[in-house]
Design a protein around this ligand. Structure first.
Ligand code: ADP
Length: 311
């Protein structure tokens, strides 16, 4: 394996700086941007460019043939949502190497699905999990250990063990939220087998902090950077990213949906799968797949019970 200090132009001191800034891993370095690296590791942009270039060479990053892409796609894992119909709708569960976004109004089940996935990712593969750990970035104080316990009991799992494999990061503002994602890289590099990152909810802080049209461009730029960091984790470590998002009313809509997801095109393009959650009759919920690169649009019905999500 190539070490940081083996890279041309990287001495002991730079290697140390890179490690401290969370770039201990060659792939992490190869997928960084010069600007990002220069700011975080406090090195000149010129040096950053050279280091990234060298890391890319070391990792052999160049064109991939479609066959290689196909090969990489074979590593894609799926995490069960708890309902077979829901899994079928999205191609077998929440996918690694991708960003899945659910959006819907208050009480539509976004946080409940997040809690469900935090448990099911820990199941063995034959039961729909990835035998992995979860990072839960909680921006609205919605994470509840007691809810995890209930769901884990439903699967007859050891609740203490399940709780110990969920790493909760409470993010107090958007800058903190962005920083927490950098910490995920460190957690993974320290040997924790993270297979799922949940951000519940993605936009709450961004929405509250950047008010008014004049701050929209800055907000979208920050959001873009945040989403890129998440996608980079997904690709580098074969991790599933699950985001929850809020909706805003579209008072002018006559046809179609009266609500839409917030986050604009930046989020729309970053999410590989977008799922719209709606409240149905008698406590039922409807999930509608509205965007996917290879699956047809469609919808299914699911229920939230004390044991979690069911058909
Ligand atoms: P949001 O989309 O706002 O994140 P939630 O995921 O918090 O919504 O969903 C809240 C809904 O989940 C509640 O209105 C309730 O119907 C249901 N729910 C929450 N906890 C339980 C439980 N223990 N048993 C059954 N249903 C529950």
């Amino acid at each position: 394996m190539v070490e940081l200090s083996d890279l041309p132009g990287v001495g002991e001191k730079t290697a140390e700086k890179l490690k401290d800034a969370g770039f201990a891993d060659m792939m992490r370095l190869a997928t960084a941007t010069p600007k990002e690296l220069s700011v975080k590791a406090e090195i000149g942009e010129g040096v950053a460019e050279k280091v990234i270039e060298a890391a890319r060479r070391a990792e052999n990053i160049t064109f991939e043939t479609a066959l290689e892409v196909d090969e990489r796609r074979k590593d894609v894992g799926h995490i069960t949502v708890g309902s077979q119909e829901f899994n079928d709708l999205i191609g077998g569960g929440i996918e690694t190497q991708s960003i899945t976004e659910v959006f819907g109004e208050f009480g539509s089940g976004k946080s409940q699905i997040s809690h469900e996935l935090a448990v099911t990712v820990q199941l063995p593969e034959e039961l729909g999990g990835l035998d992995g750990e979860c990072v839960f970035v909680d921006t609205e104080n919605t994470f509840r250990p007691e809810r995890i316990r209930q769901i884990a009991e439903g699967f007859e799992l050891d609740t203490t063990e399940v709780l110990s494999r969920i790493h909760v990061a409470r993010a107090f503002n958007s800058a903190h939220q962005i920083l927490m994602v950098d910490k995920i890289n460190e957690l993974i590099q320290s040997g924790v087998n993270v297979k799922l990152v949940i951000v519940d909810s993605l936009m709450a802080h961004f929405r509250a902090e950047y008010v008014g049209r004049e701050s929209l461009a800055v907000r979208q730029q920050k959001l873009n950077q945040h989403l890129h960091s998440l996608q980079q984790i997904a690709n580098t470590y074969n991790v599933a990213i699950f985001l929850t998002n809020q909706v805003q009313a579209k008072p002018d809509s006559f046809f179609g949906s009266p609500t839409k997801a917030i986050g604009g095109h930046v989020l729309g393009h970053a999410s590989t799968y977008r799922i719209w959650l709606k409240k149905g009759l008698a406590g039922k919920r409807i999930a509608r797949l509205v965007d996917s690169p290879h699956l047809p649009e469609g919808e299914c019905v699911f229920k939230i019970t004390s044991e979690g999500i069911v058909s």
